[in-house]
Design a binder for this molecule. Structure first.
Ligand code: ATP
Length: 439
């Protein structure tokens, strides 16, 4: 972590906006809250889904070498024994001897964040996996874990996917879904929570091609955030020094974002060698190999893994998109979200509640809904409604006014330039498509 924050109040502002406008609420609020869990509201669920869809589009839809899966969250101990998680998926835990607060030793610089004491217990390894039991009998055989990452689903299904998809290296398996970690100190809003969503892809390659694909995926992943609007100066690549790598890793690069507290991890891209497939092969007795018919040789593929957090990425997109600017002498807050990520792409706003305007407005709404997530708002003045849409990042507003009744045209307003253009109703969906496809 380093570098000065952009705006000392940015985090506060975004958390407030998220709550006030229905992006992210603290969980179980009516019962006093449940620490570090969050619920995604009407706008948040749309945006989070858009983040995941944008990832899926780039990683699966636009490629012919990556397929998807959706594996179970509940999993048997055997998976986590083989992967090494039972033994090593731990963080160093210390107790403050003065106030008894519990902390992750590597995050506190030797001083208790609550009381300032420097007197701690010896650090001990705290396993981050949530353990539970499957079925009514609580014996050892019933132990199950909530997955702490989605990646193992790709390794355990490697042979299934290989035979059913008929892919051959280089190819990837992608998955988006919930993961759970009993984090010692969840913090910074949805940056670190105990329940979160991941977007991970395991890319299987021939052993001598791993370095080239590792570099390729670092570039691809950086591009993804840039294309979706995060400025280059808010992103940084941090390559781990060889001595800091985990025992199996041949290279790891963190893709970092400039959070309000400094640069911090958004995604990790790792060259994992053949560690995972070898470990599962040995533990399960199932061969996890690829037979290259052309070269007539059998090998265990090496793996390049871009592992991102969907909820953490959503937070970065919100922070990066938040701006305050001046329009017609007023300060407005605006989320300059890429249209793919904005909860609604369009809002239809009848100038007044007169029935004849509502009728044609609903007709316009019906024309747009099959193509775009569309909001509809008749309350308050048109100026206030524009501000409300700006604040939640809606790229286009469509105003239906009295002229519409005679000219069958509407006003299309652009969030970022606030420019307004008259567009025929029949051409509206096409015009919005034309504009968005250029971004
Ligand atoms: P850290 O060192 O910050 O605990 P990590 O390096 O263990 O994280 P990975 O296991 O590489 O994280 O997970 C991949 C991605 O999943 C992270 O880059 C992050 O975006 C996301 N992620 C991991 N843990 C959490 C969490 N507790 N809350 C939200 N997102 C998370």
């Amino acid at each position: 972590m380093s570098d000065a924050p952009r705006d000392t109040q940015l985090l506060e502002k975004v958390i407030n906006l998220a709550k006030r406008r229905g992006f992210i609420y603290p969980s179980a609020e009516i019962y006093g809250g449940f620490r570090s869990t969050y619920d995604y509201g009407p706008l948040g669920v749309l945006m989070l889904r858009n983040v995941k869809n944008a990832w899926w589009r780039s990683m699966v839809q636009l490629r012919d070498d990556v397929v998807g899966i959706d594996a179970a969250i509940l999993s048997p101990p055997a998976i986590w024994a083989a992967s090494g998680h039972l033994e090593t998926f731990t963080d160093p835990l210390v107790d403050c001897k003065n106030c008894h607060g519990r902390w992750r030793e590597d995050k506190i610089d030797g001083q208790c964040p609550t009381c300032g004491s420097r007197d701690f217990t010896e650090s001990r390894a705290f396993n981050l996996m949530f353990k539970t039991q499957a079925g009514p009998v609580a014996d050892e055989g019933a132990t199950a874990y909530l997955r702490p990452e989605t990646a193992q689903g790709m390794f355990t299904n490697f042979a299934n996917v290989l035979t059913t998809s008929r892919k051959k290296p280089p190819f990837g398996i992608a998955q988006v879904g919930k993961s759970f970690r009993n984090e010692i100190t969840p913090q910074n809003f949805v940056f670190r929570t105990r329940e979160f969503e991941q977007m991970e892809m395991e890319y299987f390659v021939a052993p001598d091609e791993d370095e080239q694909w590792y570099r390729y995926w670092i570039d691809q992943r950086l591009d993804w955030y840039l294309t979706l609007g995060i400025p280059r100066e808010q992103l940084r690549l941090h390559e781990h020094a060889p001595e800091d790598l985990s025992h199996y890793s041949k290279g790891t690069t963190d893709l970092e974002f400039l959070f309000p507290w400094g640069f911090d991890e958004l995604e990790g891209i790792a060259n994992r060698g053949n560690y995972d497939l070898t470990a599962h092969s040995n533990a399960s007795g199932t061969k996890l190999e690829y037979f290259d018919q052309v070269a007539n040789e059998r090998y265990t593929p090496h793996v390049i893994e871009p592992a991102a957090g969907a909820t953490r990425a959503m937070m970065a997109f919100l922070l990066s998109a938040y701006h305050e600017d001046e329009v017609d002498g007023d300060v407005r807050s605006v989320l300059r979200l890429h249209w793919r990520l904005a909860p609604h792409q369009v809002a239809v706003l009848p100038l007044s509640k007169k029935p004849e305007l509502e009728t044609v407005s609903r007709e316009v709404l019906g024309l747009l809904q099959p193509h775009f997530m569309t909001d509809y708002d008749v309350t308050q003045s048109i100026g206030k409604r524009y501000r409300r849409q700006d604040e939640v990042g809606t790229p286009y507003c469509v105003t239906v006014d009295f002229d519409t009744l005679t000219d069958r045209a509407v006003t299309l307003r652009d969030r970022d330039t606030t420019e307004q253009t008259r567009v025929a109703i029949d051409e509206l969906a096409g015009e919005i498509w034309r504009r968005t496809s250029q971004l």
